[in-house]
Design a protein around this ligand. Sequence first.
Ligand code: NAD
Length: 257
Amino acid sequence: MRLTDKICLITGSGSGIGQSSALLFASEGATVIVNDLDASKGAETVEQIRAAGGKAEFIRADVTNPAEVDAMVKQTIESFGRIDVLFNNAGISGVGALHEVEPDAWDRVMNINIRGVYMPSKYVLPHMMERRAGSIINMSSCIAEIGLARRASYAATKGAVLALTKSMQVDYAPYGIRVNALLPGTIMTPFVENYLKTSYDDPEAAIASLKSRQLSGDLGRPDDVAKAALFLASDDSKFMMGSPLYIDGGVVFGKNA
Ligand code: NAD
């Protein structure tokens, strides 16, 4: 039980990696605050956690909206007294080379993927600073470190999240707060299934092409990233500060040919 009595807020945990992390954190003893924009998906995560004997509450909030995020953090502090772990996981995909991306689509990806990390952090940090403890996990992507075709807006946001992570770590280390980033490769979640449908005529060929840039023969599963998030959330990673953690089947550091 690596998260006994820890209060963990996970944004976008109604689906995919966030949901898998919520289930794993709860099974390790955490009380999980499940956040999502979509109330039915969030409720489903809570139901699964409670069915397995774990503790969870759902709070609907848009991670880009200051009033909603402020209310979510206040409600959590009132109910549970503190937040030990903030996992800034919520994010959306963005497809297209730069000249193909319309301004509204560009702004939407920037807003959710960058402002959606800034906003929960802004409201949670004062509580962590007061307690002089906490772990913040920011969701970047291996795309922050490699060029991938037609993902300009998405790559820009995930690079920004990685830079922000390092900057946050320097500012909050004096308060005993750790800030690290996850850099997954391709993980089969609804997010990726949607990307495959909208970007390729032949999804099977697309999956083969995604696999060809990895060393692993399999694409990642949400649980692979959840286990890395658990490590960063727990004291097992107490000497990790401002670090990128790769869960990518060998995309960034491997070469197949
Ligand atoms: P997903 O679409 O399955 O889940 C994302 C969840 O975030 C959804 O439930 C959605 O409703 C929620 N969400 C979206 N906007 C929100 C908002 N404004 N406020 C609150 N909740 C919001 O996606 P996933 O694949 O599990 O991805 C999770 C994170 O991991 C994202 O940040 C994504 O960029 C990142 N990531 C995913 C992969 C991958 O291959 N799946 C790879 C690298 C990084």
